[in-house]
Write a protein that binds this ligand. Structure first.
Ligand code: HEC
Ligand code: HEC
Length: 631
């Protein structure tokens, strides 16, 4: 019973109810948001007692968000107490989720999407055992719902793709055929002795096709590719050329290029099939096809067993291939993939950054850091502050670490010497660079980066007609960036957003564009103090980290949501957010250990189930729906 009670979202403040929420709205909002003249058409008196809140989910959520952000009621209007505001937003959030979760977690539909370019490359590498980037000439992928390039919304197949895939497959097969280590994986049987040419081609394809399709072959499947072999032979190609021709046919099949789960046509949700689980796991944690062990466990029917899944997660995270997951996920989550692409610090102003080993060290630090956390099962809160990081010799020098034993040309985990202002994401030069303009820092961009990427509460987009920050005019007393920004915030319209965005960014002003520590800007000492909309004051990055530590639950929740979206390869629904609630409870219980996050994602309803035409799964998950037929 305890387990069931724990699996519900944390209760709202005791005694808080609809009547109190309505009293709050009447006192604080009705003056501007009522009836015909309601500002923005947003009428707070349209909420009705006893009606399901989900029916007006969007309006409730918007009201809570604006209050939470300190934007409503606006400056000048009588302000409710902080307590009253918090009680209100907390009640709205929990009530919405309790309602959504009470009706059960709905899993997503069976997945159908193309492998993205990164997955394609890794899969070809593992399938043929070749070390080349086979996907380099494929068109780039867009990003979907939560900003990841594995989102089903964006991954369809265009005619351009079809042609490029054939070229890529031929090139990769050709390369593999010339390298004996790859060739023995690709073509394990040759004609000769008692083995006829036809027997040999069957043997080759009987191994290759199920590996390529990531499931056992169906009747007639191998024979259909043997037909391609015959067609090639008829055109006077030799045995080897003809086998490679058939293999290229396999590699342009949608069965290879797509994650194509069998559709669930029943009304009920069901567990994903064994081979589907093998692929869900391996594309999540390795960005590539399942290995022999996952395929064996699928064959033995063990990939819906909770203990097996937990153990596999640990095994997979410890394998070298999980680095790719850390890289793909982290770089897209934090935006650091743009370093060297869309985001380039000014080379004239910051030549030190362009030393090749410094530049790559800076770019790699965030994902190598997450990789250490994942492999070592460290607390995820290390992302906010830590006494260690991952650097090589040159980056350690750039960070002024002094002498550290054992540093090498390759990055390793090191303990940060005291007083260096590093540790956690906020101490990393990559983060400072992606949230700056090429030639100067911007507390606005940095504040926006923290709100969006760490706290998961993106700032509203700026209005279109905002004047640019003017550079200092000749003859004027030089103004620091802070002074110039504070002028803007004197205007209440600007302040409604910027009092929220800028302060956290000011906390990072001691880092320049390329992340070096500095004490001055425009000849004046750096002032890195900030005041948050709720009145909290802090000073510098250390103060900012303390503020974020009090909000670690929000940060880890945001990370969990992002990672669940990445694991599912799609944007999240409200129902998926109930799954995040359960993941968060498990995380809080054990101090935010990294393995728990990944294990809970893998064990979650959305990860393990496929939606039926309209059924839901009780949150308790006691029912054991029918599993998909092994295909
Ligand atoms: C003094 C007048 C005033 C009061 C009081 C006020 N608002 Fe507003 N509200 C505005 C104005 C002006 C806007 C439009 C500008 C903006 O979006 O910031 C707005 C916009 C909004 C929006 C966005 C509407 C949309 O189109 O998306 C929401 C939601 C909102 N307010 C909620 C609230 C809530 C909840 C309260 C009470 C806690 C409240 N407001 C109190 C003036 C007010
Ligand atoms: C609805 C929220 C919102 C409002 C209102 C708003 N801004 Fe902004 N502002 C933003 C966001 C978000 C950014 C970051 C834009 C980006 O990503 O480039 C921004 C960026 C800026 C910047 C660029 C900062 C830099 O470092 O160069 C300036 C200057 C600015 N705003 C001034 C203003 C002024 C002046 C007003 C009032 C007239 C105003 N803003 C009103 C959201 C807002």
């Amino acid at each position: 019973m305890l387990a069931l009670a724990l699996s519900l979202p944390a209760a709202a403040q005791p005694g808080y109810d609809f009547a109190r929420a309505q009293a709050f709205l009447t006192t604080s909002c009705k003056a501007c948001h009522f009836g015909k003249g309601a500002v923005g058409g947003f009428d707070v008196m349209k909420f009705v007692a006893g009606e399901p809140m989900l029916a007006q989910q969007g309006n409730w959520a918007r009201a809570a968000l604006r209050v939470k952000n300190g934007e409503m009621p606006p400056k000048g209007a009588p302000a409710p107490s902080l307590d009253a505001k918090e009680a209100f937003t907390h009640w709205v959030d929990t009530s919405l989720r309790v309602e959504a979760c009470a009706t059960g977690i709905t899993p997503g539909r069976a997945m159908v999407r193309r492998l993205n370019r990164t997955e394609y490359t890794a899969t070809v590498r593992d399938l043929l055992n070749i070390p080349v980037n086979a996907g380099r000439n494929l068109p780039a992928d867009g990003a979907g719902g939560e900003g990841f390039d594995n989102a089903a919304e964006t991954l369809f197949l265009s005619p351009i793709h079809a042609e490029k895939y054939l070229e890529a497959a031929k090139e990769a097969l050709d390369y593999g055929n010339r390298d004996p280590r790859s060739r023995s994986v690709m073509i394990p049987v040759e004609p000769g002795g008692d083995v006829s040419e036809l027997e040999a081609v069957y043997k080759v394809l009987e191994v290759f096709v199920p590996r390529a399709f990531r499931r056992p072959v169906r009747p007639g499947e191998v024979a259909s590719y043997v037909k391609l072999y015959h067609a090639a032979r008829a055109k006077k190609m030799n045995w080897e050329e003809s086998v490679l021709y058939a293999m290229a046919g396999v590699m342009v099949s949608p069965k290879f290029l797509f994650h194509a789960e069998a559709p669930n046509e029943s009304a009920e949700p069901r567990l994903a099939g064994q081979y589907e689980m093998a692929s869900r796991l391996s594309f999540f944690l390795w960005g590539s096809m399942p290995d022999a062990e996952l395929m064996r466990l699928a064959r033995e029917g063990k990939l819906q067993d909770a203990e097996t899944l937990r153990r596999q997660v640990v095994r997979m995270l410890k394998a070298e291939k999980s680095r790719e997951f850390a890289e793909n996920f982290t770089e897209q989550w934090l935006g650091t993939r743009e370093l060297g692409r869309d985001i380039k610090p000014d080379e004239k102003l910051f030549p030190e950054y362009y030393e090749p080993e410094v530049m790559s060290g800076i770019r790699h630090e965030p994902f190598l850091f997450l990789h250490e956390i994942l492999m070592g099962n460290l607390p995820l809160t290390d992302l906010l502050d830590s006494d260690w990081t991952v650097v090589a010799t040159k980056l350690a020098r750039y960070y002024n670490f002094g002498t550290i034993e054992g540093l090498r040309q390759q990055p390793i985990k090191v303990k940060i010497p005291p007083g260096k202002h590093r540790g956690g994401l906020l101490g990393m030069a990559a983060i400072h660079a992606v949230s700056s303009y090429p030639h100067r820092t911007s507390p606005v961009l940095r504040g926006k980066w923290i709100l969006e990427n760490l706290l998961g509460t993106p700032a509203p987009a700026p209005p279109p007609d905002v004047p640019e920050l003017k550079d200092n005019h000749a003859g004027e007393a030089p103004k620091t960036l802070r002074e110039r920004l504070e002028l803007h915030r004197a205007n209440p319209v600007c302040a409604s957003c910027h009092s929220r965005i800028d302060p956290m960014g000011f906390g990072l002003e001691n880092y320049d564009v390329v992340g070096r520590w500095r004490e001055q800007d425009a000849g004046k000492p750096i002032d890195a103090r900030g005041v948050l909309p709720d009145g909290t004051e802090f000073d510098g990055v250390d103060g900012l980290k303390k503020v974020l530590a009090t909000r670690k639950d929000e940060v880890i929740r945001n990370l969990s949501s992002k990672m669940l979206a990445y694991a599912l390869g799609r944007g999240l629904s409200l129902s998926d957010r109930c799954a995040v609630d359960r993941i968060m409870e498990a995380l809080r219980r054990d101090g935010y250990q990294a393995h728990t996050l990944i294990q809970e994602i893998v064990l979650s309803v959305p990860f393990r189930y496929q939606r039926g035409s309209d059924a839901r799964i009780p949150v308790g998950g006691s029912a054991t729906p029918r599993e998909a037929e092994p295909r």
